[in-house]
Ligand binder design. Structure first.
Ligand code: SF4
Length: 429
């Protein structure tokens, strides 16, 4: 029985209890939200050792880390190190987007080690096995999906919303179709002069998902890849189909979330979130960024975090991190670290703005530790303690610096907090 079917029956599952406890929420609230489709708990029955999490607006905003090999770089060992780092830095989910090497073997190793929910994009493996978009058959797609579900994948990106009638709408775009799965599906439809097989086989995919309790992450194959293409008719036509698929997934007893844009200017982020929530009837919205400018190459973890914070404030429940390497190459370990922290800052900032109970407690503790010059406590409370510690020690003697009531930023004479702490005190003559 899926989490959704159990929740509708009012029956608490161990996964719902654990996911709620993880963030100090009432399990009854999560049960209600899952039953209504406003939250999901991705938890494939075959994923042993999973620590489940709740993704939905009533809970803290979650963030995902993409990892995986490409045909031109990396390997299993390197990607497993990224997974380890993601778990260490408190990521909420990972997606294996591998396109190079032995994909089933890579996925198996990642699932074995990942306590985080794992997502995949099955069309990548279908393209590899079919030798390109042309070689994909409906049977192959279903086989790949079934195999990945049996292997324990918790959520899958399924590009079922991009239809033949949408393709002409994307013709005049500056950056065309930037989703890898979306571009491959568009090519397949053109070559075969046929409708999107994910869409046509949707009921059979639902049956596979229901059997193993895999959560849909409905892919936005037409997400804008530039500010110029944001909010165009192609993007919103696909969104309408995604709304229809949300209804069908729920009717089949399968949990569903929806993927969102892409590149969106700051002033259009809120409108996108509101529209998606309405069209997709409150299904958790999972955004890639959004990037609020196109010129941040080398720093796109920042452009994405700006858009992510705003998106999460106004409706998104799940952020996909971006690294400084976005648009430029396959990320290395340090890029992954920077991407995770940037995304966690965005998610946390939104939780505070939304007034989630307890969200600002850690910030208050940090401020108190700062004013008390309690350096160890500050490191402990920061999102990346190792980096905070290392930066503090630069220019300060490692141990002696921890006792100082100032740092190298202003020095003892100009340390405003040091001066502030003496205000009102009598100065001895
Ligand atoms: S020296 Fe400046 S930055 Fe450092 S603790 Fe004092 S006020 Fe803060």
């Amino acid at each position: 029985m899926t989490q959704l079917v159990s929740a509708r029956k009012g029956s608490l599952t161990p996964e719902i209890v654990k996911a709620a406890a993880r963030e100090g929420a009432q399990s009854g609230l999560l049960l209600k939200e899952v039953a209504a489709g406003r939250a999901v708990v991705p938890a494939n029955m075959n994923h042993k050792g999973l620590v489940p999490c709740a993704i939905g607006r009533a809970f803290t905003c979650k963030m995902n880390v993409n990892l995986g090999t490409s045909g031109l770089g990396s390997g299993l060992k390197k990607e497993l190190k990224k997974l380890e780092l993601a778990m260490q830095l408190g990521a909420d989910a990972v997606m294996d987007l591998s396109t190079g090497g032995d994909l089933p073997k890579i996925r198996k190793e990642i699932i074995k080690r990942s306590t985080l929910p794992l997502g995949t994009v099955p069309i990548y493996e279908a393209i590899k096995r079919g030798g390109g978009a042309k070689g994909i058959s409906r049977q192959l797609l279903l086989e790949v999906i079934e195999e990945q579900a049996e292997a324990g994948v918790d959520f899958m990106t399924i590009h079922a919303g991009l239809l033949r009638r949408h393709l002409p709408l994307a013709k005049g775009r500056v950056t065309g179709i930037v989703s890898r799965g979306g571009a491959a599906m568009a090519k397949w439809m053109e070559l075969n002069n046929a409708e999107n097989p994910f869409y046509e086989e949707f009921d059979r995919i639902c049956a596979i998902f229901r059997k193993h309790d895999v959560t849909f992450s409905l892919g936005d194959g037409l997400r804008p890849g530039s500010l110029a293409d944001a909010c165009d008719t192609a993007q919103f036509a696909e969104l309408d189909t995604l709304g229809e698929l949300v209804k069908r997934s729920r009717a089949a007893g399968v949990q569903v979330m929806v993927e969102g844009p892409g590149h969106v200017p700051l002033d259009k982020v809120q409108m996108n979130m509101t529209r998606a929530a309405k069209v997709c009837r409150g299904a958790p919205f999972y955004v890639l960024g959004p990037l609020v400018t196109d010129i941040g190459a080398g720093y796109d973890h920042i452009t994405a975090a700006i858009g992510g914070a705003l998106a999460a404030w106004h409706g998104a429940a799940f952020l996909c991190y971006l690294t400084p390497k976005e648009h430029l190459g396959l990320p290395e370990l340090e890029d992954v670290r920077q991407g995770i922290i940037a995304s966690k800052i965005a998610a946390h900032a939104a939780d505070i703005a939304r007034g989630l109970p307890g969200a600002a407690e850690r910030d208050l503790a940090m401020s108190k530790a700062r004013y008390a010059f309690n350096w160890e406590r500050q490191f402990e409370l920061s999102l990346d303690p190792a980096r905070a510690r290392c930066m503090h020690h630069e220019g300060m003697a490692k141990n002696a610096g921890l006792k100082k009531k100032f740092c190298t930023m202003c020095g003892p004479d100009f340390c405003s907090m040091r001066v502030s702490r003496t205000l009102g005190r009598r100065v001895a003559a």
